[in-house]
Design a protein around this ligand. Structure first.
Ligand SMILES: O=C(O)CCC(=O)C(=O)O
Length: 251
């Protein structure tokens, strides 16, 4: 993975990797054996790859070992000088009564990170189904969402639909990077996708392994929000305690 990142030197400003690529999102038995702290060998290698390539690197997620707590599914962002600029512990754990939902702890913090031209809000895979997370990230200043995933092929229609929905409703870019191949018997969707703040798909990968390259202008977020200021018409914003909904029965 580090050599793939290095190949982007001079070609990309930001490189994005998928979810749990050191194990596969469905290789449950490997979470504990492969988990590492945030100063472990994978983070070290990714920090070095980012600085060697001189790129911002969203290094996807890894199983994180917190010496004082449970495992977490943690997404990592490194600056071009190799600093860990952000770590986001996945809030919505997938699996219902098995897998990640029982093997990992839930993150509690919404995380944004300022890149030179855009503020990035972080989400991971299953998070894509929870619009309130992305609204919260918008309230924290996010203009671009970066979301690594290990999304199963059988629900690929949801992947595309939800990526576009999160882009349209928040007038933000969505950069969603999915794993390809088959992990622990679960065929993966691939189809990494980049959606613009109007909901149009700027680029989409195929089902297999691929490097998807896209040029986008982060200034389009402000322009879209100004030209079609729907976000200003929010009424039930959780950021405005006085405007919480009142629930009542019937007429
Ligand atoms: O929501 C889905 O359909 C897939 C989620 C998932 O695979 C994950 O979060 O690892």
């Amino acid at each position: 993975m580090a050599s793939l990142v290095r190949e982007q030197a001079g070609a990309a400003d930001l490189v994005v990797l998928p979810e749990l690529w050191t194990t596969g999102a469905f290789a449950y038995e490997e979470f504990a054996t492969e988990a590492e702290p945030l100063d472990g060998p994978t983070c070290e290698a990714m920090a070095k790859a980012a600085s060697d390539a001189g790129v911002w690197l969203h290094a996807g997620s890894i199983p994180e070992r917190d010496p004082e707590g449970p495992l977490y599914n943690t997404s990592l962002v490194f600056s071009p000088s190799g600093e860990l600029a952000a770590a986001y512990r996945k809030i919505h754990r997938f699996g219902f009564d098995k897998g990640e939902a029982v093997l990992m702890g839930a993150g509690e913090d919404l995380v944004t990170v300022r890149l030179p031209d855009t503020t990035v809000g972080l989400g991971t895979c299953y998070d894509l189904r929870f619009p309130e997370l992305f609204r919260g990230l918008v309230d924290a200043g996010a203009e671009t969402f970066v979301l690594p995933a290990g999304w199963p092929e059988r629900r690929r229609a949801h992947w595309t639909l939800l990526a576009r929905a999160r882009a349209v409703e928040n007038q933000a870019f969505v950069l969603a990077c999915g794993t390809a191949g088959t992990h622990a018997g679960v065929p993966q969707a691939g189809h990494s996708i980049v959606v613009d703040p109007w909901g149009e798909v700027l680029a989409e990968a195929g089902p297999g392994e691929e490097i998807l390259t896209v040029d986008f202008d982060p200034a389009r977020v402000a322009a879209t929000r100004e030209q079609f200021p729907a976000l200003k018409d929010r009424v039930l914003g959780l950021d405005r305690p006085g405007s919480r909904p009142r629930y009542r029965d019937g007429a």
